[in-house]
Structure formats: C-alpha cells, structure tokens
Design a protein around this ligand. Sequence first.
Ligand SMILES: C[S@@+](CC[C@H](N)C(=O)[O-])C[C@H]1O[C@@H](n2cnc3c(N)ncnc32)[C@H](O)[C@@H]1O
Length: 208
Amino acid sequence: MTWDSERFASRYDRFVRPFERRVAAPVRRRLVSPLRGDVLDLGAGTGANFPFFPPTVGRVVALEPDAAMLRRAAAKRASCPVPLEIVRAQGERLPFPDSSFDAAVATLVLCTVRDLPAALAEVRRVLRPGGSLVLFEHVAARNAPGRWLQHAVQPLWGPRAAGCQLTRDTPAAVRAAGFTFERIERGWLWPYLLPSSPAVIGVACAPA
Ligand SMILES: C[S@@+](CC[C@H](N)C(=O)[O-])C[C@H]1O[C@@H](n2cnc3c(N)ncnc32)[C@H](O)[C@@H]1O
C-alpha cells in the first residue's frame, strides 16, 4: 500500500473530531496545564495540543516530521496562546542541544515513532535534569483477548494509520529510557479508535 500523507493529513482532524471533543481535549488540558518553561510538543501533528498551553509556558517547540501535518499545525498557530516554534524533524534525531526543555509532551505519537527507544533517549537528552515527560498514548492491551485483537488487526491498521503500532508497551519503554513515573493512569478509549483503546495518561520524570 502506498502511503499518501497528504490524504491522511487532510482527513485527520475530521476523523478524530468526536474523539477529540469527548475524550482527548479534557486529557490534553489536564496534562498540559501544569507545565511551565520551555516545552517540546513531540510529533505535534495538526496542533491539537496548542490551545491548552498555559501562560506559565514560555515557549512551545512543536516538532513534526510530516510536511502535510506540519502545514496544518502552522495554520493553527494562532490557537496557541504562548510563543510557538514549529520545527520539521524526527523524534529520533532532535535538533536541539542537551537540556533544552523543562517538559516534553507526547500525545498519541509514541505509537508511531519508528524507533521508540531512540526517540525516548532523545527526549531524555533534551530535557533538563528532573524535567517531565507527559504522555497520553494508546498501548498494548494487558488481557489476552485484547492483545489477540490488536495483533490480528495490526497488519490492516498500521499501513492505514501512518505506521501506528497497537502493541507497544510504552510505559515499559519509558521506564527503560530512565524515566520514573510520578503518576500513571490506565484508561480505555472505547468506543473510539478500537482497537487502540487501552491507553495510559502519565507524568514521567527524567533523572534529576
Ligand atoms: C496520531 S498523530 C498525533 C499528533 C498529535 N501529537 C496529537 O496529539 O494529536 C501522530 C504524529 O506523529 C508524527 N510522527 C510520526 N513519526 C514520528 C517521529 N519519528 N518523530 C516525531 N513525530 C512522528 C506523525 O507525523 C503524526 O503527526
């Protein structure tokens, strides 16, 4: 299947609108509103986090590798109430010096980065000591029927969803990258985005 990122990006906001309104927007607000200082929005997509950054944030750097998503994020620049830079780059190779950010935001992106350990190592590198990684991610199911469904659907899902992986144990990868969870909640996105319904919402800290 040939990947058409223009087509995906042009339909993305419409596809996720009900999910955003009922589930994601309140989660984004809750995760992002305590942040302060310099913040990296990893894989910012079409800019869904932008409206929620509080005045305590001095600067948001929205990183996005896909040109079609990035253009849509740029068109929503005005929805971000704090200074915003938009940078085209991959999470696995962050074009920033060590210790550049106070916090990083990863919402519905760690499922899609090609090399999850490399991206998390980069996030850790660019965070200041004790900086936080806030995340909202769909993850591998913890029960056998859920995992079976995810594995069964993955070959159909991945090629239609920008390579999204349904079966990642993202909390384990975050811990393996040296972060410590300050808070983690497990949730369920049903009836949205089945079979990517099991989700985590969390705050993890880089070593001080
Ligand atoms: C499902 S969208 C989510 C976008 C946004 N974070 C949100 O919460 O709506 C996933 C995004 O991750 C981006 N992405 C894919 N691979 C990436 C990588 N290696 N590094 C950073 N972002 C990546 C995609 O281009 C896409 O915009």
